[in-house]
Ligand binder design. Structure first.
Ligand SMILES: [Zn+2]
Length: 296
């Protein structure tokens, strides 16, 4: 519903009131159709370089991932800054004023840290500043190419070695009113063979901060989690205290009925926006209540 005249008050960055049909003389007037700024709650800025390049011939999420990795292998802090600035400017032009940037491209192509170990994350924060939107840097934990297997290829850029090492690196970052420093778990695939060794310190670090996760994005991920840990990805996170009011999950595509109930009980927040820079092989809603149907 649209109102022809409407006034709103903002306090501490949030709407304190919205009242149709009133306008005080001191108000700043915004002409035309006016809506609140949109939040893109799940961005991979560098995936913008894949747009229009992956939807040809046949393939799957996994073949798409190979193409994504080839981009990930080539970026450095300078080119990442340029690419992310352009991506974020597109978001601003679309009405987005805040982005949650799912950031896992941490290190040099051979896996060694940059002189500043947060150089890539700082490039994203600077890109957001230049483009003119707020950012929540979802600094992402990625320790394994699959349930304890060592990272390989481009994945060595993502790997901090341990959850404690990730925390030490990220603790050197200072947030601002326009750049919030938060944490993400890439997926249960990216956990070591003893998941508690990563999930417990991650939950401790995330206490009081936003925590974000790719959850049950792929059927193969669910199958691998059951084989490695004996539970679904959602149950694994619940058992280690990672589901709560400051948690948000994206994709959440292949969930069991219990998986659907657990985030609700924990008051997990659904992401509020389809990532505009995503490519079409990544879904963002349950495929079906039945994991069997979801394989189709
Ligand atoms: Zn994602």
């Amino acid at each position: 519903m649209c109102a022809t005249t409407c006034s709103s008050e903002v306090a501490d960055g949030r709407f304190a009131s919205v009242e149709p049909g009133t306008l005080s003389g001191a108000a700043e007037r915004l002409n035309g159709l006016t809506i609140p700024g949109l939040a893109n709650t799940h961005s991979h800025a560098f995936h913008r370089a894949l747009r229009g390049r992956t939807q040809h011939e046949r393939g799957s999420f996994w073949t798409w991932r190979e193409q994504m990795y080839s981009v990930a292998e080539r970026l450095d802090p300078d080119t990442y800054l340029a690419l992310a600035t352009a991506t974020f400017r597109e978001m601003v032009a679309a009405g987005i004023t805040c982005v949650g940037e799912f950031h896992y491209l941490h290190h040099q192509p051979d896996g060694r840290p940059y002189d500043d170990p947060n150089a890539m994350g700082l490039a994203l924060i600077e890109a957001a500043r230049v483009a003119g939107l707020r950012i929540t840097l979802l600094d992402t934990l990625y320790l394994s190419s699959g349930f304890g297997a060592p990272p390989e290829g481009a994945q060595v850029r993502y790997d901090d070695g341990s959850a404690d090492a990730r925390a030490s690196r990220v603790d050197a970052l200072t947030g601002t009113d326009c750049a919030l420093i938060a944490v993400a778990l890439h997926s249960v695939r990216a956990l070591p063979s003893v998941p508690a060794s990563a999930l417990t310190p991650l939950a401790n670090w995330a206490e009081g901060r936003p925590l974000h996760v790719h959850l049950s994005e792929q059927v193969a991920e669910n199958d691998g989690c059951m084989a490695a840990y004996g539970v679904t990805p959602t149950r694994l996170l619940a058992d280690h205290g990672l589901l709560g009011p400051l948690t948000s999950a994206v994709h959440a595509t292949h969930l069991t009925d219990e998986d659907i109930a657990l985030p609700g009980e924990a008051r997990v927040r659904p992401p509020s926006a389809r990532p505009p820079n995503a490519t079409s092989v990544t879904a963002s809603a349950p495929a079906a209540h039945s994991p069997t149907r979801a394989r189709a």
